[in-house]
Design a protein around this ligand. Structure first.
Ligand SMILES: CC(C)(COP(=O)(O)OP(=O)(O)OC[C@H]1O[C@@H](n2cnc3c(N)ncnc32)[C@H](O)[C@@H]1OP(=O)(O)O)[C@@H](O)C(=O)NCCC(=O)NCCS
Length: 181
């Protein structure tokens, strides 16, 4: 469990399934994804995160507000997919309820995740990627000190050719960039 000023990042529990499904059914939240998610798709994501936590001890953790315990989405780390130059690395990611946006919660939680990846896991580097049009997510990457790898642009292999969210950008941050500041 990671704690920040305003957040707790923790393993998932079954009670998160319903509020997470509501987040994934929101068109605003999912506007840079191929579609909103059904309850079954949302539950499958929860299942994957629970399995990752059990297998490896980290995942895209459930995020709750410290002040009232409200579940608001996820912020966390996972093994990066095998696309292009990310193979074998740690990926950081986030998805929060629209009602919480604009308060700096994603970067706050993400900084704790970076510290965990570098200090506890000994990761040499953490990557993040998003659709080229997802400026809010790119802003979070920049706020936590990540740098865009211009050579790392790629077309997401699971999104149809010609789809506006197919072009993706890749950001990186090395351990020494965080540990030295
Ligand atoms: C990306 C996301 C996690 C950012 O979380 P957050 O806690 O709002 O982060 P911040 O408060 O630091 O805001 C980051 C940027 O989001 C944008 N933003 C802020 N409030 C917003 C709002 N109400 N509506 C739309 N965009 C907003 C701004 O560009 C902001 O950058 P700025 O601070 O330089 O103005 C959130 O927008 C989200 O969950 N989006 C949907 C899921 C998603 O796209 N996840 C990433 C997939 S790779």
């Amino acid at each position: 469990m990671l704690t920040t000023d305003r957040l707790i990042l923790r393993p998932w529990v079954d009670a998160d399934r319903e509020p997470f499904a509501a987040i994934n059914a929101c068109a605003d939240v999912m506007r840079y994804f191929p579609s909103v998610q059904t309850r079954a798709q949302s539950d499958a994501t929860v299942d994957r995160q629970m399995k990752a936590q059990a297998d490896r001890g980290y995942c895209f953790w459930a995020a709750e507000k410290r002040e009232d315990g409200q579940f608001i989405g996820f912020i966390g780390i996972q093994d990066a997919p095998d696309y292009y130059s990310m193979k074998g690395g740690i990926e950081i990611g986030w998805r929060l309820a629209a009602s919480t946006w604009g308060q700096g919660l994603a970067p706050e939680g993400a900084r704790a995740c970076l510290a965990y990846a570098f200090s506890k896991l000994g990761a040499p580097e953490v990557v993040a990627f998003t659709a080229k049009v997802n400026k809010p997510s790119m802003r979070v990457m920049e706020k936590i000190g990540m740098t865009r790898d211009l050579a790392g642009d790629f077309d997401h292999p699971m999104i149809d050719e010609g789809h506006p969210i197919r072009p993706h950008v890749l950001y990186r941050i090395k351990a020494d960039a965080v540990l030295s500041c």
